[in-house]
Design a protein around this ligand. Structure first.
Ligand SMILES: Nc1ncnc2c1ncn2[C@@H]1O[C@H](COP(=O)(O)OP(=O)(O)OP(=O)(O)O)[C@@H](O)[C@H]1O
Ligand SMILES: [Mg+2]
Length: 243
């Protein structure tokens, strides 16, 4: 597995620095939460990792791969997946069929063929159903799922592509407290065998993750550490009170 490495990354939009000399390392299998006020650069950071936005200056590497030299499809092929808020679930298909469909858009030209040969697609779907906590809903239409369950199914569809690094932007927006709790458990379950970077405003959720937190502010790292550490960091308190 590869580490994600950002060093001195700056993104300029018409003279405005959306990212300002940002440096960040995500270790293989790590689960990292990114928090910060609106406009801090969280989504821009994800855009830089997935190749949607090219940095003005700085280094972005995934293992030995220089992501600043690759386009979006190639970065996706490397195994960097991203969950968008816009739903990609097909309501008229079952949960199982949605996962099956995600498997059939192979990451590489040989991926599909390999699965067919091994005949393990069904087993892989079953594993994913367990990971996202929906094994009992496999034969239900996706249109019948709650908002939270749909989000989990989307994460499952991404998992079918076997990402090595998964980026998730505000997954618990609009979820009930119970769904939020389930989502924290889900992300903890799926990290370890892949790396997960999650951007979220919900501090209860971030606390439930119980992992290292990075606070972004004006395009750079303001603080990093446990949730207790960053919440008690005078620099973080000053930024919060100043708003
Ligand atoms: N394509 C763009 N052109 C110009 N400015 C942009 C562009 N994309 C983002 N910005 C600006 O860059 C800054 C950082 O935006 P970004 O979306 O990364 O913040 P964020 O931390 O994700 O905020 P939020 O919590 O609201 O999602 C904002 O001031 C935004 O207006
Ligand atoms: Mg954002």
């Amino acid at each position: 597995m590869n580490s994600l490495y950002l060093d001195g990354v700056t993104v300029m939009f018409d003279g405005f620095r959306a990212l300002n000399n940002l440096s960040l390392i995500i270790e293989p299998g790590e689960l990292r939460a990114i928090i910060g006020p609106n406009g801090a650069g969280k989504t821009t950071m994800m855009d830089v990792i997935t190749g949607k936005t090219k940095p003005t200056t700085g280094t972005v590497k995934f293992g030995n791969h220089d992501l600043t030299r690759m386009d979006e499809p190639r970065i996706a092929m490397l195994g960097i997946g991203r969950k968008f808020q816009k739903p990609t679930v097909f309501d008229a298909l079952t949960v199982f069929e949605n996962l099956e469909l995600a498997l059939k858009s192979p990451r590489g030209p040989l991926a599909c063929w390999r699965w067919r040969l091994a005949g393990t697609a069904r087993q892989k779907i079953q594993t994913t159903l367990d990971e996202i906590g929906l094994p009992d809903r496999a034969q239900d239409l996706a249109g019948l799922l709650s908002h939270g369950q749909r989000q989990w199914l989307e994460i499952g569809m991404l998992l079918m592509q076997e990402p090595e690094l998964l980026l998730v932007d505000e997954p618990v927006a609009g979820m009930t407290d119970q769904e939020t709790e389930h989502t924290a458990a889900l992300l903890k379950r799926i990290a370890g065998t892949r790396s997960v970077v999650v951007v979220e405003h919900d501090l209860e959720f971030v606390r439930a993750l119980g992992r290292r937190v990075t606070v972004l502010h004006e395009g750079s790292t303001l603080s990093e550490g446990s949730i207790d550490h960053v919440q008690n960091d005078p620099r973080v308190i000053e930024v919060c009170l100043g708003r």
